[in-house]
Design a protein. Structure first.
Length: 261
């Protein structure tokens, strides 16, 4: 195995915002303004995609498609997708600054990576405008990757396209796809990493797939936490994740094992 030169992290649900709460709240609020209340599962299934694509995917879900027809008296159109997207964008811009806190173990993991000369890249489903809020707020709390690319920087071809990953590899001077890891917390993250030819790693605790806030997760009994984590593990396995971390405290050991196996 080649020496690991870079780790490319997702933002919400992976590096910051335990449970990826900001996008969920924004999507729920935007649909409600159009007379429809989506379920948590409906909101989280496309999580990690470009936000417009996320809403487009939700609109095609059978229950939402039927609800739209009943509420509005006609099938949804691409114009409706755009209207819901614009509403969600306004909603999330209002709250993003409050959802940029690094997740547990992230700052320590990044410090250890840098001590080993490993660079930190990032991809996201957020737009440039959103990242202009999230990145400074996270930096003020100690988290700042070495490279950062959004769907806007790759002509809108966000996840599951591999281009944000490729831009990171170029910017960080990574010698090959074998020398980097992609880490995320959604189906789109795993697909993105695999499309780019990188080992794809899923994070369990605080992930969008788990779908719990830190308070909700910590309120569970140990047995309930184990059952919850087992479901997330199973989902990552279905998605083809190459490795699964309980949390970012395990990243250092994973990299050591990869470099010495």
């Amino acid at each position: 195995m080649a020496k690991i030169e870079a780790v490319i992290l997702d933002w919400a649900g992976t590096a910051v915002d335990f449970g990826s709460q900001a996008p969920v709240q924004a999507f729920v609020e935007s649909f409600r303004q159009f007379g429809i209340t989506p379920t948590p599962e409906e909101v989280r299934t496309p999580m990690g995609m470009l936000k417009w694509d996320h809403i487009h995917t939700m609109m095609q879900m059978p229950r939402i498609r039927q609800a739209w027809q009943e509420v509005h008296g006609s099938p949804w159109t691409l114009g409706d997708v755009e209207a819901v997207y614009r509403t969600s964008e306004r909603a999330i811009l209002k709250i993003l600054k409050d959802y940029a806190t690094p997740k547990p173990y992230v700052l320590e993991a990044v410090q250890r990576l840098r001590q080993r000369g490993i660079k930190i890249g990032s991809t996201t489903g957020y737009t440039d405008e959103m990242m202009a809020i999230v990145a400074p707020a996270a930096q003020a709390q100690g988290y700042a990757p070495d490279a950062m690319f959004t769907p806007d920087t790759v002509r809108g071809k966000g996840r599951p396209w591999p281009y944000m990953v490729f831009r990171n590899l170029e910017a960080l001077g990574v010698s090959s796809t074998a020398a980097a890891l992609k880490i995320g917390d959604t189906a789109a993250d795993i697909a993105e990493g695999k499309a780019a030819g990188l080992l794809s790693v899923g994070v369990v605790e605080g992930s969008s797939i788990m779908g719990l806030s830190q308070e909700e997760y910590e309120a569970l009994s140990p047995e309930e936490q184990d059952a919850c984590k087992a479901k997330v593990h199973h989902r990552y396995e279905e998605l083809g994740a190459d490795f699964i971390l309980e949390n970012m405290s395990e990243l250092d050991d994973l990299i050591f094992d990869l470099e010495h196996r």
